[in-house]
Design a binder for this molecule. Structure first.
Ligand SMILES: [Zn+2]
Length: 106
């Protein structure tokens, strides 16, 4: 599967407990999972350690499957699917299927 979502994209969650929320992509893994800002937060209990004196509960994003999110177009602001187009210079760009605008810069 070609990964059509990249770091710093804004995505909308379409399924699961965070459905309807959106956030910025912080990290993309090669297996098609994403870390999205403030999405899929899990609480982890940490033990006191030298680094973290107090211990306690740490909230941290955990990976979300790419199939559970849709890219939000930075041109029309809607969750959309993308198609890949090529420019005359051969560069590949992502194109919004809703408004047909290029999502990536030339
Ligand atoms: Zn669009």
């Amino acid at each position: 599967m070609r990964i059509k979502i990249r770091k710093n994209d804004v995505v909308n969650v379409i399924t699961g407990k965070d459905r309807g929320k959106s956030g910025k992509v912080l990290r993309v893994f090669p297996d098609g999972k994403l870390i999205v800002e403030k999405i899929n937060f899990v609480k982890r209990h940490t033990k006191p350690s030298q680094k973290n004196q107090q211990g306690g509960i740490l909230e941290k994003e955990s990976p979300v499957a790419i199939s559970k999110v849709m890219l939000i177009c930075n041109k029309c602001g809607k969750p959309t699917r993308v198609k890949i187009g090529s420019l005359q210079n051969g560069k590949k760009v992502r194109i919004c299927k809703k408004c047909s605008e290029m999502i990536d810069e030339k």
